[in-house]
Write a protein that binds this ligand. Structure first.
Ligand code: ADP
Ligand code: 5GP
Length: 192
């Protein structure tokens, strides 16, 4: 089967809960089988508990820039002081298997893909924490150092300005409610 995949984008401040919500969503087998989940490449350091190939592919800046030059990425951005990119092959895999593609990317990457693809192929969702205090607590809970937390919280207010360009906003306060909201939107918009 080969059809252009529908692309579900989850964006929003770091620490808002995008990865947590995506993991919960893909635990539903009847949803999981309809998706290819893109794993990004990044130049940032691995956090404790993160796994190569499950959370990210961790590479050096030199390797990243060489791949970028080879047109390896569907999109890529510099976020904080690191590079992040979605490899094209996940898009190809979704296309070949007649599946949907889902990815967690920053707002610049989200806006780029929205401009690149026809609007009916993109479902861009903005995930946010209920407050800056909650965001700070979540970042702290993820065992980020103070400087990293500071940078991420500072960027979050700029990222919030992009929320209006998204197709939907999910306030991730109660995890159960937020994951039900995400599941509902996803089911309504599945390709097949
Ligand atoms: P993101 O992928 O957006 O950077 P994560 O999914 O890594 O964020 O979540 C950041 C932290 O917040 C994690 O420790 C996660 O367990 C926690 N978290 C996620 N959603 C909630 C929620 N609704 N309430 C409390 N903590 C949450
Ligand atoms: P983190 O370091 O917290 O994992 O991610 C930092 C930011 O980079 C988050 O907003 C995350 O969604 C974003 N990000 C992760 N992978 C990609 C990617 O492949 N492309 C883009 N544009 N952003 C990404």
């Amino acid at each position: 089967m080969s059809s252009n995949p529908r692309i579900f984008i989850l964006s929003g401040p770091s620490g808002a809960g995008k990865t947590t919500l995506l993991n919960i969503l893909l635990r539903k087998k009847n949803i999981q089988k309809k998706f290819v989940r893109a794993i990004s490449f990044t130049t940032r350091k691995k956090r404790p508990g993160e796994k190569e190939g499950r959370d990210y592919f961790f590479i050096s800046k030199k390797e990243f820039l060489a791949l970028k030059k080879q047109n390896f990425f569907l999109e890529s951005q510099r976020v904080f002081d690191n590079y992040y990119g979605t490899p094209k092959y996940f898009y190809e895999e979704a296309k070949n298997e007649g599946k949907n593609l889902i990815l967690c990317i920053d707002v610049k990457g989200g806006m780029y893909l929205k401009s690149k693809y026809k609007l009916d192929r993109i479902i861009a969702l903005f995930i946010t924490a209920p407050s800056e205090l909650a965001l700070r607590k979540r970042l702290k809970g993820r065992i980020e150092d103070d400087e990293t937390i500071q940078k991420r919280v500072a960027l979050s207010s700029k990222e919030m300005e992009f929320a209006k360009h998204y197709d939907g906003i999910i306030i991730n306060e109660d995890l159960k409610k937020a994951s039900a909201a995400l599941e509902k939107i996803v089911r309504q918009n599945l390709n097949n």
